[in-house]
Design a protein around this ligand. Structure first.
Ligand SMILES: [Zn+2]
Length: 232
């Protein structure tokens, strides 16, 4: 067991080095870049949806316009031969309402044009930002790579020490369990009991668990699954 705990200590050093890479400013920048990219993509989708909504409205407006074309019923009814003093006021009021409709229609279309211009402008802005971010990400990646190169020999050295310790392990099963749990991201695997708390997840252990541990010496935590040891 002593050897396994020694290996665990060495693995902890490896993890600390890996965390150094994860927490370096370039990695943080890179995560920000990925988040910005994601937001940018979502924003593009929104703009695209808005654009197709506008196209739909344009088509609707276009259909409405077609009823005012020269061959429409309103115009055909009003051929000049039928105009006389009796119906001229009707004609004027029809013409006025037609004019009203058309200017209303015109206003809507102008509004649509304004909106589409806005979308084009925003898309261009967004695309500019994303291009800049992409360029920057290249230099960020290089920095992360440099950091990785920096810690790689240290990690290799520790791994060599672990390899040297492995043949000395007596409890092969416990080491298998250790590797299996480490693989799952549960680390450290073997933890001490601290007062009546799990040394891993810090959850308070039930009294009967503590009692059982006194005879068994080693038990998995019911909360985090780590193996709690009675002896440190
Ligand atoms: Zn626990």
């Amino acid at each position: 067991m002593k050897t396994i705990l020694e290996i665990q200590k060495l693995d902890r050093q490896i993890r600390a080095l890996e965390r150094e890479v994860e927490k370096c400013p370039a990695s943080i920048d890179f995560n920000k870049y990925k988040a910005a990219l994601q937001t940018g993509r979502e924003r593009f989708n929104q703009l695209e949806a808005q654009a197709s909504e506008i196209i739909k409205n344009f088509n609707v407006a276009n259909n409405r316009f077609s009823k005012y074309r020269g061959d429409s019923d309103i115009i055909r009814k009003r051929n000049t031969s039928s105009i006389n003093l009796d119906n001229i006021s009707n004609l004027i009021s029809d013409a006025n309402s037609l004019l009203g409709d058309l200017s209303e229609e015109n206003r809507r279309v102008e509004d649509l044009v304004r909106k589409s211009e806005e979308i084009v402008r925003r898309s261009a802005e967004l695309s500019q930002k994303l291009t800049e971010a992409k360029l920057r990400s290249k230099s960020i990646k290089e920095k992360i790579e440099a950091k990785k190169q920096e810690v790689a020999p240290k990690i290799a050295e520790i791994e060599k020490k672990i390899k040297a310790l492995e043949p000395k392990i007596v409890d092969k099963d416990k080491y298998e369990k250790y590797k299996e749990m480490k693989e799952k991201g549960i680390f450290p695997v073997y933890v001490p009991i601290e007062e009546n708390f799990c040394g891993g997840c810090k959850v308070e252990l039930p009294l009967n668990f503590v009692e059982k541990l006194k005879t068994k010496k080693m038990l998995p935590c019911e909360h985090c699954g780590r193996i709690i040891m009675l002896d440190k």
